[in-house]
Every structure is written in structure tokens, then in C-alpha cells.
Design a protein around this ligand. Structure first.
Ligand code: NAP
Length: 310
């Protein structure tokens, strides 16, 4: 057992990710006290009923005042605003992090509002499901998954100590930790997570718009690939709206590359270039086997295990 790493953890936002952190932090005994701040009364009621926290409030300032670790687990575009509300009440020496799926713009928003004397360390656990809300969380969510930390440019040795402490927290929660530059994170996630979601939203939209194909047929014959796309396309609309707004540049960059490759495939199909198709499909099958060999077959955000409806 790693033992207690922080006296008080405050989670701002307690949906799928926030409630999973609360569950595992309590289960592993890595924090002394858990406080949750969420503006939504129904969420606060569920958090209380589920016994996820020692205190539950709608007042962000009061929630962070005694915390030595604050984690923002709200949708991406709400993180800067939540940080602004918390800023005046943060304790000197507190570590302030987040779980947002985009790091560049979010890290800038956090750093802009941060008071002197706190350690802002943006983070992103690469783990999730397509479900949301406090009932959807579970303590094993981060087991064996990666949490990426994107520390700010900071030469202070105390900052490095804070990064080491936050890394120890995530390891105690079951995750593996990687440190990365925010811009690199956003590019990697644009191709591994954001673009696949965009494709899923698009293909499900196109199928339901197709003239002559009724929605009934889409449901009835959706086997294999399409069924998986519908699961991904059921992901939280607010969360994904925010991701595409916040990671615009990286998404547009990989989308341009993807569109070129798709056009090359279109040409190969038109001209009957069977070998070309076979070569690509062989290469991608090997990649899938590599993903399984690394034990990350369900690690992509929102590609996680289907825990049933909540
Ligand atoms: P979620 O289940 O919808 O939870 C978000 C929670 O934040 C909700 O309780 C929401 O309340 C609350 N909230 C909204 N605005 C807020 C504000 N201004 N201040 C405080 N709380 C606020 O979403 P989630 O899946 O846990 O995602 C949370 C974050 O984790 C996002 O930034 C997302 O990018 C990141 N993430 C998600 C996944 C995933 O697979 N889901 C994986 C990795 C990282 P309401 O319900 O009232 O809106």
C-alpha cells in the first residue's frame, strides 16, 4: 500500500472521471479527506448518496480552501472558469491539476488564473467509457492505463517535487505516468482519440441521413463495425464539443492528413487496386495486434469497457 500522499483532495466536477478518482483514492487510502464541488444539484445529490466524498458543496472557493491537491474534472472549456473561481481561495503550496482531454489551451487557461505559490500541473488520464455522471465511475478505471502530465515550463525544484508527488498519486491510483509537452499531447490525442470520435459522429450522422435507409434499418442491421461506431458516437456531447473547440489546430492538422489518405483509398477502390488495399489492411491488422500486446486494447478514451447503461 502506498499510504497517504495528500491530506485533502478536492475534485471540482464529479462525473465519470471525478467520481472514479474519488472511488480509487478512497479505496487505496492515498488521501485523508475528499471534498467535491459540483455546480449541479442532481450530481451533488448522487455524490452524497453514493458516499463518494466527506464533503459535497456547490461552492468552489470553500471546497479548495484546505486542499493540498485540487483536480478539475469538468468539461474542458469549463476548467479555466473553474480555476478563476478557485484562485482566490487556493492554499499556498497546493497542487492544482486537471483531467481534461486537451492540454495546450487548458494549461494556458489554468496558468492565466493561477495565483503565485501554487503548483499548476496539467494532466490527462487516458481512460474512460462513453458513459457520464457520478454513477458511471469505478475504482479500476485507471488500472494499467496511462496518465499524461504536461508540466509547465518551471525551473523551480519545488515544482519538480510537486510533479513527483502527483505522479505518485496517479501510480497509487493504478495508472502509469508519462510526462510530455502539451502540444505533443494534443497532436497524439488528435489522431488516437479525437479523430476516431469525429469519424464515429460523422458516419452515424451520414447513415441516419441516407435517403432510402430508414433509421429502423440502421438499428436492425447494425452489426460489427457500425455498432461500435454507434457506441462511440453516444459519447457525451458537451465533452466532445469542448474537445473539438479546444484542440482545433491539432485536429485540423490530422484531419487534413486523414482526408488525403482517404482519397488515396477512394482512388484504389475506383481503379481496382486490390493489392494496395490488401497491403494497407495487412499493415493495420499488425498494428491492432501490437495494441493488444501492449495491454491497451481498451485504453483509448471512450473506447473503454462497456459497463452497461447508468
Ligand atoms: P462528466 O461525467 O460529464 O462529468 C463532468 C462533471 O463536471 C459533471 O458533473 C458536470 O456537471 C460538472 N461540471 C460542468 N461544468 C462545471 C463547472 N463549471 N464547474 C464544476 N463542475 C462542472 O464528464 P467526464 O467524462 O467525467 O469528463 C470530465 C473531464 O475528463 C473532461 O474534461 C474530459 O475531457 C476528461 N476526460 C474524459 C474521459 C472520458 O472518456 N469520459 C477520459 C479522459 C478524460 P453537469 O452534469 O451539471 O454538467
Amino acid at each position: 500500500m502506498p499510504g497517504q500522499i495528500f491530506n485533502q483532495l478536492t475534485l471540482v466536477g464529479c462525473g465519470l472521471i471525478g467520481s472514479s478518482i474519488a472511488r480509487v483514492a478512497r479505496e487505496k487510502g492515498v488521501v485523508g479527506k475528499i471534498v467535491v464541488a459540483d455546480p449541479s444539484e442532481p450530481v451533488r445529490e448522487r455524490v452524497t448518496a453514493l458516499g463518494l466524498a466527506d464533503e459535497v458543496t456547490g461552492d468552489i472557493g470553500a471546497a479548495v480552501a484546505e486542499a493540498d491537491l485540487v483536480i478539475f474534472a469538468t468539461p474542458v472549456l469549463a476548467i479555466g472558469e473553474a480555476m478563476a473561481l478557485a484562485a482566490g481561495d487556493l492554499k499556498p503550496g497546493a497542487i492544482v491539476s486537471d483531467v481534461g482531454s486537451v492540454k495546450g489551451t487548458v494549461a494556458d487557461a489554468m496558468a492565466t488564473h493561477a495565483p503565485a505559490g501554487v503548483f499548476v500541473i496539467p494532466g490527462h488520464p487516458i481512460a474512460g467509457t462513453e458513459h457520464s455522471g457520478p454513477d458511471a465511475g469505478f475504482a479500476e478505471l485507471f488500472d494499467g492505463r496511462w496518465t499524461i502530465l504536461t508540466p509547465l515550463d518551471n525551473e523551480d525544484p519545488h515544482y519538480a517535487e510537486a510533479v513527483a508527488r502527483l505522479s505518485a498519486f496517479w501510480r497509487a491510483c493504478g495508472a502509469q505516468v508519462e510526462v510530455m509537452d502539451a502540444a505533443h499531447h494534443d497532436l497524439v490525442l488528435a489522431i488516437t482519440s479525437h479523430l476516431p470520435h469525429l469519424i464515429a459522429y460523422n458516419i452515424v450522422g451520414t447513415a441516419s441521413d441516407l435517403e432510402g435507409v430508414t433509421e429502423g434499418e440502421v438499428m436492425k442491421y447494425s452489426a460489427g463495425g457500425f455498432r461500435d461506431f454507434t457506441r462511440i458516437a453516444a459519447s457525451d456531447p458537451t465533452m466532445w464539443r469542448d474537445i473539438f473547440v479546444a484542440n482545433k489546430d491539432a485536429v485540423l492538422e490530422v484531419l487534413g492528413r486523414f482526408t488525403e489518405d482517404l482519397q488515396a483509398l477512394q482512388r484504389a477502390i475506383r481503379w481496382g487496386e486490390a493489392e494496395k488495399l490488401h497491403d494497407l489492411f495487412t499493415r493495420t491488422r499488425a498494428i491492432r495486434r501490437g495494441v493488444i500486446a501492449l495491454g491497451q486494447e481498451s485504453a483509448e478514451p471512450n473506447f473503454g469497457r462497456d459497463r452497461g447503461k447508468h
